[in-house]
Design a protein around this ligand. Structure first.
Ligand code: SF4
Length: 62
């Protein structure tokens, strides 16, 4: 099983930085917040965690 990509919708401000930085297209923006539409592609690089100023993303290891 792959990584779990969790977005805290109470923290997400929908700036899209995670979608911009993710090398494998895990995120799209829907209704002003990020949704992990392809979590199975996640590489666990944590670039999205580092770029998210709201601290809205948590990557859980398998
Ligand atoms: S950890 Fe890396 S590959 Fe996984 S969702 Fe975040 S930016 Fe994309």
């Amino acid at each position: 099983m792959g990584y779990r990509v969790l977005v805290d919708l109470d923290k997400c401000v929908g700036d899209g930085d995670c979608a911009d930085v993710c090398p494998v297209g895990v995120f799209v923006l829907q209704d002003d917040h990020a949704v992990a539409v392809h979590p199975e592609e996640c590489l666990g690089c944590e670039s999205c965690v580092e770029v998210c100023e709201s601290g809205a993303i948590v990557i859980e290891e398998p």
